[in-house]
Design a protein around this ligand. Structure first.
Ligand code: MLT
Ligand code: MN
Ligand code: ZN
Length: 326
């Protein structure tokens, strides 16, 4: 099939299949977090060498350079749109290249950006029935006028062609799958036992593919552990964006900023025998990129030993504005 011609801002045309832009590379709170004085936040805030500020977790993907889907919608979305010219209005008095959003869980850092795109603009919002019911139960999301915003339910394991509100293909196929995770922090129910009422569809990963081509990648910004079926799914993948929240499980405690472990928050750590770097070592993934990185994590700073360790294992640490073309 004939591939679309990507029109670069320079006016030059080139063949594209999928373009990915990292809108926000940090976890909830961003880096630096507004109220955090941990060693990493202090250095980022001071503009120390090897640091850069990062906004909250989201990517955007397009198969034609004109229509863009958000993958998660962060509270920093307004700033992220301003910083990325591909997302600026381009036609007429009211326009946005953003045609929809896919959310991978109901966390504050992944859904509240939906409130930023509420101004009578046609959108298709995809999520699991679990997350859609959470959004439906929270009346603040009623600002997304149903006349303009259609909420669509993702079924696990079912490849789904992303379409605009009016049914036009965006040229992107997603395949959702559950990953180990946790109910959103703001929905935790202490009385529900050890898992706080978590359900399987609270946290998903996505395989994101070009409709016209073999190009694909995986987006898994939250993951609590690494079962064999996930290892199998990711083996030989060309590109994986993966949960990079913490360097080590007790980092919030050792940074004196909190009492929760990564395990308690539903995030596996980068380091250690059970960690992400070790889990991916045998998988032959061509490009591995950490995203959703917490403000305490020393891999956020270019010249730390922890950064050197992940880079030695061929991991990249994403940054806001990072672009990857497949
Ligand atoms: C998480 O990733 O654990 C959540 O985004 C935490 C939060 O809601 O702040
Ligand atoms: Mn988060
Ligand atoms: Zn911090």
């Amino acid at each position: 099939m004939k591939r679309p011609v990507w029109k670069e801002p320079s006016g030059k045309g080139c063949l594209i299949v999928l373009k990915i832009v990292v809108l926000g590379s940090s976890a909830g709170g961003g880096s630096p977090q507004w109220n955090c004085n941990c060693p990493v936040c202090r250095q980022v805030r001071a503009g120390a060498p090897g640091t850069r500020p990062r906004t909250q977790s989201s990517i955007t993907v397009s198969a034609d350079g004109e229509n863009w889907f958000l993958f998660n919608a962060s509270p920093d979305l307004g700033h992220q749109i301003l910083s990325n010219s591909a997302l600026h209005p381009a036609k007429g008095e009211r326009h946005s290249p953003i045609v929809g959003a896919v959310v991978t869980n109901g966390d504050v850092d992944h859904v509240t950006g939906l409130l930023t795109v509420r101004e009578s603009h046609p959108l298709a919002v995809y999520g699991t029935s679990r997350v859609q019911s959470v959004l439906a139960d929270n009346s603040i999301f009623n600002v997304l006028n149903p006349e303009y915003v259609e909420r669509r339910i993702l079924k696990m394991g079912q490849p789904t062609e992303l379409k605009t509100k009016d049914g036009k293909s965006a040229g992107i196929i997603i395949e959702p799958f559950t990953v180990p995770g946790k109910i959103a922090l703001w929905l935790e129910d202490e009385s529900a036992g050890e898992n706080f009422g978590s359900q399987p569809e609270d946290t998903i990963g996505l395989k994101i593919s070009a409709k016209d081509g073999d190009e694909h990648f995986f987006y898994i910004p939250g993951c609590a552990s690494f079962p064999p079926e996930l290892a199998e799914r990711l083996t030989d993948a060309p590109l994986v964006f993966f949960d990079g929240t913490l360097w080590q499980d007790d980092e919030m405690k050792t940074s004196h900023v909190g009492v929760k472990t990564g395990n308690r928050m539903g995030h596996m750590s980068n380091s250690g025998p059970e960690g992400t770097v070790a889990a991916f070592a045998p998988l032959n993934v061509k490009r591995k990129v950490f995203i959703h990185i917490n403000n305490t994590n020393p891999i956020l700073i270019d010249n730390t030993p922890e950064r050197a360790e992940v880079e030695a294992a061929d991991w990249e640490v994403s940054y806001d504005g990072m672009e990857i073309t497949l």
